[in-house]
Design a protein around this ligand. Structure first.
Ligand code: IMP
Length: 441
């Protein structure tokens, strides 16, 4: 069985969940490796909409075991709220999820720190999801974080919470210490609630690296579910306008404690256009009115925060960059149907920087803002993509679009999503997915 990483190739929200949901039906385990409940992975199935924040999307497949690895930052309250919501929708999940002992926890004071930090930045704010993700990763790297295993050790838990609360009090300002702020800094309240969460979490805790290794040795198929996207990666994204984890494929290895030889393929997911939430550079971003049109067509509002997403054309230079830094074996292209009604389909093939034209995503922040997109305009589809399920039913212009993407990105397109339903999918002939998953059809 194949071990496959599914990674976002843009700024997140590429439609990874739909790809993961499909591949999970051929895998034994589905694993989240980074990020936290800043993610919003959406699957539509039989008229119902499931939005996953922390729980791996594979949970919708009853036979799949799910793991939350060491590189994830876990808000226990968010996890239990999500599990209760899933159970209410008839998806039993608690006994199929294992959480790493080493996963770092998000406590209420992380949200307080984040609010203070964003306010202090003013116009230079990141536009975060407000979930406490960044401050939890800061505590991890600062070697003062609280990990899931600490929930089982009352003394360690109290000691760490006490020290961290004292530190946070020094950092936040008087205006943060509203009643809500004070509750987030009350040691007794925090210890009591974390112990309560610990009791519920204890049966789910596991040595995730060891369990994944055992599954891989037994020939089971592992599916690694990336969150956010390459351009939000803390090392390779548009820093500092990034999230605080390693979203790229290599992040799966360090975050889970598995070796690179375990991975058979890396699939990058990209929309047929581009969106971004939060602040930061976006060279192929559209002006307000055309962006609003694309947003309306694509329903581009954040699945976690509800914020309107910024919209623009597909940036093939950024996508080729993503193919390089992830070592993509193939691309999955999503939301092609959203372009159905457009009179033409521009794609960004280079950037004008002063009197130069370049075709690589620049390495320096100054150029991300200065870069003006150079577009190639591809023809409109002569019949709609929506709902197509075979390559033969796609218009010739769609095949032309796919070929151009493949040429400029340097990776084959292994999957095309043609609508919001779970089954609105085309797997082109020769797709690597057929080699990885012989029963795909
Ligand atoms: P944080 O991850 O909440 O710290 O936010 C950092 C940046 O990443 C902000 O621009 C967020 O909008 C963006 N971001 C975080 N998670 C996601 C996601 O799942 N999809 C898209 N953008 C995200």
């Amino acid at each position: 069985m194949a071990n496959v990483i599914v990674v976002g190739a843009q700024w997140g929200d590429e439609g990874k969940a739909k790809v993961v949901d499909l591949l999970a039906s051929h895998a034994d385990a589905c694993v989240r490796y980074q990020g936290g409940h800043n993610a919003g992975h959406t699957v539509e199935w039989q008229g119902r909409r499931f939005i996953f924040h922390l729980v791996p999307t594979g949970i919708l497949r009853p036979e799949v075991r799910c793991f939350i690895g060491s590189g994830v930052v876990l808000d226990p309250e968010a996890l239990f709220t999500e599990l209760a919501g899933l159970e209410a929708m008839g998806v039993s999940s608690r006994d199929r999820i294992r959480v790493s002992y080493r996963a770092h926890l998000i406590l209420p004071y992380h949200r307080l720190l984040e609010r203070a930090s964003e306010r202090r930045r003013g116009a230079a704010r990141i536009g975060t999801t407000g979930r406490g993700i960044g401050p939890a990763y800061e505590d991890k790297v600062g070697r003062r974080g609280i990990v899931a295993a600490d929930l089982l050790d009352g003394d360690a838990l109290r000691r760490k919470i006490t020290a961290n609360v004292a530190r946070v009090r020094r950092l936040v300002e008087a205006e943060d210490l509203t009643a809500e702020g004070e509750a987030a800094l009350d040691v007794e309240v925090l210890v009591a609630s974390m112990r309560e969460h610990g009791e519920k979490l204890a049966p789910m805790l596991a040595d995730v690296s060891l369990e994944l290794d055992a599954l891989a040795r037994a020939g089971r198929g592992l599916l690694f579910e990336g969150a956010q996207g390459t351009m939000l990666d803390v090392d390779h994204g548009t820093y500092p306008h990034v999230t605080s984890s390693s979203c790229v494929a290599a992040g799966a290895l360090t975050s889970l404690g598995i070796g690179p030889r375990r991975v058979d393929a890396v699939i990058g997911v990209s929309k047929a256009y581009t969106t971004r939430v939060g602040e930061g550079p976006f060279p192929s971003e559209l002006e307000a009115e055309p962006a609003a049109h694309l947003r309306r067509l694509g329903g581009e509002y954040g699945a976690t925060t509800g914020r309107p997403r910024r919209c623009g054309w597909l940036d093939l230079c950024a996508l080729r960059y993503a193919a390089r830094v992830n070592g993509l074996d193939a691309l999955a292209l999503t939301k092609l149907d959203i372009l159905d009604s457009l009179p033409e389909i521009p794609v960004c093939v280079g950037y004008r920087l002063g009197d130069r034209v370049i075709d690589e995503f620049p390495p320096a922040a100054r150029d991300w803002y200065a870069a003006r997109p150079v577009y190639e305009v591809l023809p409109a589809w002569s019949r709609p993509v929506a709902g197509a399920r075979t390559a033969e039913s796609l218009a010739p212009e769609v095949h032309g679009f796919v070929r151009r993407v493949e040429e400029l990105v340097g990776a084959p397109v292994a999957l095309i999503c043609t609508g919001s339903d779970r089954d609105d999918i085309v797997v082109p002939r020769g797709s690597i997915l057929r080699d990885l998953y012989p029963n795909l059809d």
